[in-house]
Write a protein that binds this ligand. Structure first.
Ligand SMILES: Nc1ncnc2c1ncn2[C@@H]1O[C@H](COP(=O)(O)OP(=O)(O)OP(=O)(O)O)[C@@H](O)[C@H]1O
Length: 227
C-alpha cells in the first residue's frame, strides 16, 4: 500500500524495572497500520498490549525505536506538538468508560472538540450526529450515572471519534460488558470505525470479535507477529 500509515511502529523497545529485575516487555515491536484498516491485538495477559497501546497513543515513550502517527515522527516533536497530534489524530477507548461524571453524555462528546477549537455549532452537530448513530439520541442530557454500562461505553466511543481522528486505539473496549451487550457495542464500534475510515488497533481477549477485524496480530517475545 502506498498510503502513509496512520501508525508506524519501528523496532520499539520498552522495559520496566521490577525490584532487581528488568522486564523487557517490548523488544523490537514493529507494525504498520494503514488508513481504514482494523487490526486486532490478541495476546496473553501481561505480554504488553496496554504498554504497546500507550506507546502508540503517545502516552508513554519507547526507550528505542520510532513511533510515527499520520506520518509524523513523534520522537522529534515538542511536548506541545505531541499533545496537539494526540488530540487531533488519536482517539482512545478504554475498558472503563472514563466519562466525566458531572457532564452529560452530549457534553462529554462536546468537550474534546472545544479543546481542539471546534466552533460550538460544529461541535454540537458532530456530537449529536455521533450519539444518534449510537442510538443515544434520547440520552443526550443524561449524566453518565443515569446510563447503562453499554450506553456509557457508546458515549465513550462517540467521544473518541468526535475530533475525527485518523487513528483509534482501544484497550478491551467492551471487556467490561456482558456478552450480549459487548457484541452489540462492538458491532456498532466496527460500523462507526469503518464508516469514518479510521485506522484502528483494538486489543481484545475475545477471539470471535477479533475474527471480525481485517487482521489479527499477537505479541511474541516482545515483537508483533501476524497470527
Ligand atoms: N509502569 C510499569 N512499571 C513496571 N512494570 C510495568 C509497568 N507497566 C506495565 N508493567 C509490566 O509490564 C507487563 C506488561 O503489562 P501490560 O499492561 O502492557 O500487559 P497486557 O498485555 O496489557 O496485560 P492485560 O491483558 O492483563 O491487560 C506486565 O508484567 C506489567 O506488570
Amino acid at each position: 500500500m502506498s498510503e502513509t500509515p496512520v501508525l508506524s511502529l519501528v523496532d520499539v523497545t520498552r522495559a520496566y524495572r521490577s525490584g532487581e529485575e528488568t522486564l523487557e516487555i517490548l523488544r523490537g515491536a514493529s507494525l504498520d497500520l494503514h488508513p481504514g484498516e482494523i487490526v486486532a491485538l490478541v495476546a496473553p495477559s501481561g505480554t504488553g498490549k496496554s504498554t504497546l497501546l500507550h506507546i502508540a497513543g503517545l502516552l508513554e515513550s519507547p526507550q528505542k525505536g520510532q513511533v510515527r502517527v499520520a506520518g509524523n515522527d513523534t520522537g522529534t516533536l515538542s511536548d506541545t506538538a505531541r499533545t496537539a497530534l494526540r488530540r487531533d489524530e488519536i482517539g482512545f477507548v478504554y475498558q472503563f468508560h472514563h466519562l466525566l461524571a458531572e457532564f452529560t453524555a452530549l457534553e462529554n462528546v462536546l468537550l474534546p472538540q472545544y479543546v481542539a477549537g471546534v466552533s460550538q455549532a460544529d461541535a454540537r452537530a458532530r456530537a449529536t450526529g455521533l450519539l444518534h448513530r449510537f442510538g443515544l439520541g434520547h440520552r443526550l442530557g443524561n449524566l453518565p450515572g443515569k446510563l447503562s454500562g453499554g450506553e456509557k461505553q457508546r458515549v465513550a466511543i462517540a467521544r473518541a471519534l468526535a475530533n475525527r481522528p485518523r487513528l483509534l486505539l482501544a484497550d478491551e473496549p467492551t471487556g467490561n460488558l456482558d456478552i450480549h451487550t459487548s457484541d452489540a457495542v462492538f458491532e456498532e464500534l466496527l460500523l462507526a470505525v469503518r464508516g469514518e475510515g479510521v485506522g484502528a488497533l483494538i486489543a481484545t481477549h475475545n477471539e470471535a470479535l477479533a475474527a471480525r477485524m481485517d487482521r489479527v496480530v499477537t505479541l511474541s517475545e516482545g515483537r508483533i507477529v501476524a497470527r
